[in-house]
Design a protein around this ligand. Structure first.
Ligand SMILES: *[C@@H]1O[C@H](CO)[C@@H](O)[C@H](O)[C@H]1NC(C)=O
Ligand SMILES: *[C@@H]1O[C@H](CO)[C@@H](O)[C@H](O)[C@H]1NC(C)=O
Ligand SMILES: *[C@@H]1O[C@H](CO)[C@@H](O)[C@H](O)[C@H]1NC(C)=O
Length: 412
């Protein structure tokens, strides 16, 4: 090779390398760079300064102070799984185009005032799996476009009134796996656009009147707390709520009055609660309900025939793993004209009446693991499930009694 060609080649290689540090892979489209698990402990500076996406996950970076100033075109920055323990005021000042900032799985326990200064375009901030015990007032006031804030698995137990001041665009707030004993009602004040609120796996014991001042809320996750009381006015502004999860709490009865405002509710999980019965009109106001789950309630033994009578739109019912449930009152399911999926697995049901369900609409049925007595009373069920023209999909069903028929397949 001629010396001159050599030189050009060497310069080009150096140039390309200069924009992609060892351990990273870079792509000029975007442009973007990925240095995942590259063993770096500072943000490398040898990238194309026009970089839009930078993934530095799974490294040993402990600070981002002063290091991001060279990249003012970033749109997405992933710093998750590093060793960052605090965020100071000047870390992101040049990042006015940044839309997604991922800081999950670090050790952030301190947010200094102004920690997010400069992030005027930020739409998503993931601070999950850190050590935050506090959100200083207005620390998020520098992120007016923030729509998704993930604070799952921190040490938060309370939030001050102005914790989200300035985040009027917030739509999704995930506070699961924290230490809340009370809903952070004052902090939620003013979040008029909030659609999804997750408070699962906290330490809530009761929900007070007006606990959720968030009129646009469509989904509320409250599973795996210790809620034993819900005030009748707890959900009173949630007229747009579509999904509510109350699984795994300490509720002894369905909070009928509290559910009254939820006329738009489409999905309700109410399993793993110590309820003994579902009363008449337990879900009396849930006229839009499409999906209901009441599973794994060991004490549940009594269902009122009218318990579901207002839920005329119900299409999917999961009433399973309730071993004390020995019988379904006739009429309970017969008046659900749109029921398509019925999961009755692992209850204590010994028999099933032909008139109990609107079979015509049913597309799937699970009756496995019930102590079903195979006598003339369930002959119709065998016929239904074995008919060549049946449109119901059902896993094979075995007799539980009498002893000489136990284990015998009822269908086919
Ligand atoms: C995380 O931060 C705490 C102090 O906030 C410190 O005691 C701990 O050693 C840090 N853990 C790691 C893995 O750096
Ligand atoms: C079949 O068994 C069920 C459950 O034990 C019982 O309620 C029903 O009366 C029995 N039917 C007949 C015809 O013996
Ligand atoms: C299946 O066939 C039986 C008898 O041939 C009839 O009575 C029943 O209505 C049919 N069911 C469906 C779903 O077509």
């Amino acid at each position: 090779m001629a010396p001159r060609g050599w030189l050009v080649w060497a310069v080009l290689v150096t140039w390309a390398r200069a924009f992609c540090p060892p351990g990273c892979s870079c792509d000029d489209d975007g442009p973007s760079a990925r240095c995942v698990g590259a063993g770096v402990n500072v943000v490398p500076i040898l990238f194309n300064p026009g970089l839009r996406r930078l993934n530095l996950a799974h490294n040993a970076i402990s600070s981002v102070a002063q290091t991001l100033v060279f990249f003012d075109q970033l749109r997405e920055l992933d710093l998750s799984h590093n060793l960052i323990s605090s965020l100071g005021a000047h870390n992101f000042e040049m990042q006015r185009h940044l839309q997604e900032l991922r800081l999950a799985h670090n050790n952030v326990s301190v947010l200094l005032p102004g920690a997010f200064r400069g992030l005027t375009s930020l739409a998503l901030l993931d601070l999950g799996y850190n050590g935050l015990s506090d959100l200083p007032p207005a620390v998020l006031g520098d992120t007016p476009r923030l729509a998704v804030l993930l604070l799952v698995h921190n040490k938060l137990h309370a939030l001050v009134r102005h914790a989200f001041h300035g985040c009027s665009a917030l739509e999704v707030l995930d506070l699961c796996d924290n230490y809340f004993r009370h809903t952070p009602t004052a902090a939620l004040e003013g979040l008029e656009a909030l659609r999804v609120l997750q408070l699962c796996r906290n330490r809530l014991t009761h929900l007070e009147g007006g606990a959720f001042p968030t009129p646009a809320l469509a989904a509320l996750a409250l599973q795996s707390n210790s809620i034993d009381h819900i005030d009748a006015a707890a959900f009173h502004r949630l007229t747009a709520l579509q999904k509510l999860n109350l699984n795994d709490n300490l509720l002894r009865e369905v909070p009928e009055a509290a559910l009254d405002p939820l006329s738009a509710l489409e999905s309700l999980h109410f399993g793993r609660n110590p309820i003994a019965s579902l009363g008449a009109l337990a879900f009396r106001s849930l006229l839009s309900l499409d999906f209901l789950e009441v599973s794994r309630c060991p004490r549940l033994s009594r269902l009122h025939p009218e318990a579901l009578s207002r839920c005329r739109k119900l299409r999917s019912l999961t009433l399973s793993h309730n071993p004390s449930l020995r019988r379904l009152p006739s009429g309970l399911l017969a008046r659900l004209p749109g029921l398509r999926s019925l999961d009755l697995r692992a209850n204590g049901l010994q028999t099933m009446g032909a008139a109990d369900v609107a079979w015509r609409s049913l597309a799937s049925l699970d009756l496995r693991d019930n102590p079903l007595v195979c006598n003339c009373s369930v002959r119709w069920l065998a016929d239904l499930l074995s008919a060549a023209n049946t449109s119901i999909s059902a896993p094979d069903l075995q007799c539980g009694a009498p002893p000489k028929l136990r284990g015998l397949y009822l269908s086919r």
